[in-house]
Design a protein around this ligand. Sequence first.
Ligand code: NAP
Length: 253
Amino acid sequence: MRERETQLPQVQTALVTGANRGIGWAVGRGLLEAGYRVYFGCRSKEEELLARVRDLPGGERGEIVRLDMNDAASIEAAVESILHRSGRVDILVNNAGIVRDKLLVRMEEGEFREVIDVNLVGPFRMVRAVLRPMMKQRYGRIVSISSVVGTTGNAGQANYAASKGGLEAFSKSVALEVGSRGITVNVVAPGFIETDMTSGLPESVTSGVLERIPVRRFGTGEEIAHAVCFLADPAAGYVTGAVIPVNGGLAMP
Ligand code: NAP
């Protein structure tokens, strides 16, 4: 059956991990504005987040779900809960991520594993949990947030770059496995975006980076959300296994 003949519900259901702040919060807002029912994943303070979500445009379609990438049971439970409450899951956005920057000579194995666990094993668990319902409904959109350094590498970020490069290869592999089931699997690779993750960078690093960015500024969460919304749209069914750079020209494929 061609994908556009697949019966889609009037309101599709999306799940965003790490959606309480930063890029995930912007993606959640963008998907709400685009008309989806959006489950904002967070690992604490659910009630405070629900109040913020309900105040957003389209906030009546906003829901909260507890999700910790380090807790496999929370991932299974979150997807079960969404299926119970909404009957399906159409869109997964793997956004939650961490950095633990350090030069490799000083990096402990635990610091390497910690980043791989959240940034790569987490998305693996998420994708495995949503794949069966998506295959059953013969429709799905999976979008993962990697990073420009997943391709270029970055001194002081061997753990993070490995997790993001792995996420890209993982996504392409899954895209090959499920393309015939109406499920697309894509990646958005941001450059430097204004969030808590980059707010602690010293001025010396920031000014050096800005010189290398052709558009001469950091990006916004909304600019990442725009790319995610494009990939999440039913009309993007012929885009799969893609890595879309949103980096102001910092690195060009
Ligand atoms: P951020 O502001 O630091 O937010 C990170 C989000 O991930 C928070 O919601 C955080 O939840 C969540 N998170 C962390 N560990 C988690 C876990 N174990 N389980 C569930 N959620 C967890 O980061 P950001 O800048 O928005 O980054 C979002 C994504 O974009 C990440 O994957 C990051 O690698 C990627 N990215 C960011 C940039 C950038 O310049 N900002 C560039 C390239 C790629 P808590 O609030 O509970 O900690």
